[in-house]
Design a protein around this ligand. Structure first.
Ligand code: NAP
Ligand code: MG
Length: 402
């Protein structure tokens, strides 16, 4: 069999711990035998980040801007314990945070649905995607405890020194207060990412906020989405037969419970935080979820939604057997390869990505799975395998499809 060729390199961001082990297994067993992999490799493993003063993370994000598509392995975000464990020069920032700040985008997460791992909500037939705005609101809020009586105001000081004031509350007794903000440019790029992604996936887009109560703050989100939609996307959506639908957040939640799925749900930062955890656990597991960062300029970074699975890695280091689910990491690769194929008009590469995904699904639906899935499957007597055994089983199904 001749290997599939790639014209443009894919930006490859290696990572840490158990997912780094899986990364190599995936390349050795599922990619290198079939593709002449053309990647520009960046080692985002914590040791090399530390060695390069985290320059490698910035370089990898800039390479993504150059080539357009990246695939990222899960990485450690250092905390105090990691400082000692890895003898770090500094508590380096989260690589995802650094990359997101450079690419400026929205994170889209979609459950990977297989027979035998059933959603808790019985009418959810198709997965839906949560698009989470990743800037501002309560995550960048300023707060104060108010000890007793007194007036709290919002004050906007203009560059010329003049002020505008709004009363928040005239406290008669103790309480709390919070100031939130967002930036129009960030909301605009969030909106564009969502519209582009909906066209890409050929799915309807829903967006919800609480504009009836928040007549300026949430209403601005609603207005920006609508303006950008009317000006830049309405014609494209009409042509594709797709719908953009705005509703109130409480109405959206009620409708989603009754829906079949198969659309994109754009969420403000907090709504997206809460709802993506609800959706992923209702569909099964974080290891059965795709995740992609889409920038408004059309750069794509594919990753797994879970972390480096530290507990399994320590078992692996002790020579003990692990049963770590590699599906999300494999789907990060297939997402990136398919997008690379799409941009380069490389049909063979796109078809390979489809087949590798199908091989993963076939493997699980055939009853062979890792422990995390065996615990929740409705299939009887699942064949529980270790990390390597699972990837080998996928390879044998892949070979049948090629
Ligand atoms: P985690 O890696 O997501 O794992 C938490 C637990 O979830 C695991 O111990 C395991 O449960 C289960 N799990 C997650 N992924 C699994 C998989 N693929 N297969 C089977 N089980 C899986 O979170 P963590 O252990 O709290 O974090 C480890 C490191 O990851 C941290 O340093 C954190 O900074 C980093 N992190 C990175 C990213 C990213 O790069 N995108 C995201 C989140 C966290 P059991 O132990 O019960 O089997
Ligand atoms: Mg959360």
């Amino acid at each position: 069999m001749t290997k599939i060729k790639m014209t443009t390199p894919l930006v490859e961001m290696d990572g840490d711990e158990m997912t780094r082990i899986l990364w190599k297994m995936i390349k050795d067993e599922l990619l290198n035998p079939f593709i002449e992999l053309n990647t520009e490799y960046y080692d985002l493993g914590l040791e090399y980040r530390n060695e390069t003063d985290d320059k490698v993370t910035v370089d990898s994000a800039n390479a993504t801007k150059k080539y357009g598509v990246a695939v990222k392995c899960a990485t450690i975000t250092p905390n105090a314990a990691r400082m000692t464990e890895y003898n770090l020069k500094e508590m380096w920032k989260s690589p995802n945070g650094t990359i997101r700040a450079i690419l400026d985008g929205t994170v889209f997460r979609t459950p990977i649905v297989v027979k035998g791992i059933e959603p808790c909500v019985k009418n959810w037939k198709k997965p839906f995607t949560i698009a989470r705005h990743a800037y501002g609101d309560v995550y960048k809020a300023s707060e104060m405890k108010i000890p007793g009586p007194g007036k709290v105001e919002l004050v906007y000081t203009k560059p010329d020194g003049t002020e505008e004031r709004v009363l928040v509350h005239d406290f008669k007794s103790a309480g709390v207060v919070q100031g939130q903000h967002n930036i129009n440019a960030s909301i605009e790029s969030f909106a564009r990412s969502c519209f582009n992604y909906a066209l890409d996936l050929h799915q309807d887009l829903w967006f919800a906020s609480k504009d009836t109560i928040s007549k300026k703050y949430d209403h601005t989100f609603k207005d920006i989405f609508q303006e950008i939609f009317d000006k830049e996307y309405k014609a494209k959506f009409d042509e594709a037969g797709l719908e953009y639908f705005y509703t109130l957040i409480d109405d959206a939640v009620a409708r989603i419970m009754k829906s079949e799925g198969g659309f994109i749900w754009a969420c403000k930062n907090y709504d997206g935080d809460v709802m993506s955890d609800m959706v992923s656990s209702a569909f099964g597991s974080l290891a059965m979820m795709t995740s992609v960062l889409v920038s408004p300029e059309g750069y794509y970074e594919y990753e797994a939604a879970h972390g480096t699975v530290q507990r399994h890695y320590y078992k692996h280091l002790k020579g003990e057997e692990t049963s770590t689910n590699s599906v999300a990491t494999i789907f990060a690769w297939t997402g990136a390869l398919r997008k690379r194929g799409e941009l380069d008009k490389n049909t063979e590469l796109m078809q390979f990505a489809d087949k590798l995904e199908k091989a993963c699904i076939d493997t699980i639906e055939g009853g062979t799975m890792t422990k995390d899935l065996a615990l929740i499957t409705t299939l009887e007597n699942p064949n529980v395998v270790n990390s390597e055994g699972f990837i080998k089983a996928i390879r044998s199904n892949l070979e049948k499809l090629l």
